[in-house]
Design a protein around this ligand. Structure first.
Ligand SMILES: [Mn+2]
Length: 354
């Protein structure tokens, strides 16, 4: 069944049309990579509205939808088309809409059309990856791991975090990535206690932990990987902390299987760190889905009841962040199989001391 057909089945009974405006969803459904577009999916067909800049690109990329090019805002063009169809109920992507867009849509559609927030959207479909999507994520992780290993010789006292991030992102593109999946994180010493410490002018120093969180966009799919290295001979506390985080990741991975509530995977990592006395330093969720976006469904966090399903691709990334001391995070990506997790990140989890 095509993605559009599965979306229609999901929508049945909810509305006669769905207005899709979130760009990664346009890419997923009909292959469009432009930055301006609106897709209307009805029971019988699909129409992509875009502007003149994307006339040629849309003709080449779009599959499964009629393309309509207008001079103005694609959302307005889509709304006018919808109004002419006279459909009673139109669902829209409420999580992605601004209030301004909503007002515009309501005005264009007029009082006769009921606007409904879509209950289960395209994100729901995207959470389950097919074999082709899994292999793209895997290829991105292979590229990311290769870049990490290439850059390791530059990781030494005196080098700036920014220079390491630049080297990483340059090499990603050299190896065929379209772009980094997000701003590369290089956080050293006390800055490693910032879970999202973006690379700064700080220079690396001896006896520091350094967190690298990096990923690339390859074949439209995002990768996401974190490794923590140590400069010099690690203290007992560094070794103990690192081991606790690595074991938390192992426990999370062991908890993964189709049908397991995502919150149980989080609890496996969180419970372990809690028993090591590190619970209060683990300040974020254990993981997230990734694919056409770097953060997508499913979420793997405390008390999440949604169950994992075969084909989910998720990160597992426990970490501890100790103010004034530093931090450790290790992040791998796994695909959920019926029996358990299959790891896609091709890199050792042992502590690297440089
Ligand atoms: Mn991540």
């Amino acid at each position: 069944m095509t993605r559009l057909a599965r979306l229609r089945r999901l929508l049945a009974g909810e509305a006669e049309a769905l207005l899709v405006t979130h760009l990664p969803n346009l890419l997923y459904l009909v292959g469009f990579r432009g930055s301006s577009g609106a897709l209307v999916v009805t029971r019988r067909g699909a129409s992509l509205f875009t502007d003149g800049r994307y006339r040629l690109q849309a003709r080449q990329e779009v599959r499964g939808a009629r393309v309509s090019v207008s001079s103005g805002d694609p959302l307005r063009a889509a709304a006018r088309w919808l109004r002419r169809q006279g459909l009673p109920r139109v669902a829209y992507e409420a999580q992605r809409f601004t209030l301004g867009q909503f007002e515009q849509l309501r005005q264009e559609l007029g009082p006769g059309v009921e606007l409904r927030p879509a209950r289960a959207g395209v994100e729901h479909l995207r959470a389950i990856k097919d074999a082709g999507e899994v292999s793209r994520v895997r290829a991105g992780l292979e590229l990311t791991a290769r870049v990490f290993e290439e850059v390791l010789p530059y990781v030494r006292p005196g080098v700036r975090e920014l220079d390491l991030a630049a080297e990483i992102e340059y090499r990603m593109k050299q190896h065929g990535a379209r772009a980094p999946a997000f701003e590369t994180i290089v956080a050293s010493g006390p800055r490693a206690a910032w879970p999202h410490g973006r690379a700064s002018e700080k220079r690396l120093a001896k006896n520091e932990l350094v967190i690298f969180d990096m990923g690339a966009i390859l074949g439209d799919y995002h990768s996401d990987m974190t490794r923590t290295v140590h400069l010099g001979t690690p203290s007992a506390r560094v070794k103990r902390t690192y081991r606790a985080v690595r074991e938390a990741l192992e426990r999370a991975q062991e908890a993964v299987a189709a049908g397991v509530a995502a919150g149980r995977v989080d609890a496996a990592a969180r419970g372990w760190l809690g028993r090591q006395g590190l619970g209060r330093y683990f300040v974020h969720g254990t993981g997230h889905g990734l694919g056409l976006e770097v953060h997508e469904e499913p979420r793997v966090g405390p008390r999440v009841r949604e169950r994992l399903a075969t084909g989910n691709v998720i990160t597992l990334e426990p970490g501890v962040y100790i103010p004034g001391w530093g931090g450790v995070r290790i992040e791998d990506v796994v695909v959920v199989r019926r029996q358990g997790a299959e790891r896609l990140t091709p890199l050792s989890r042992e502590l690297l001391c440089l």
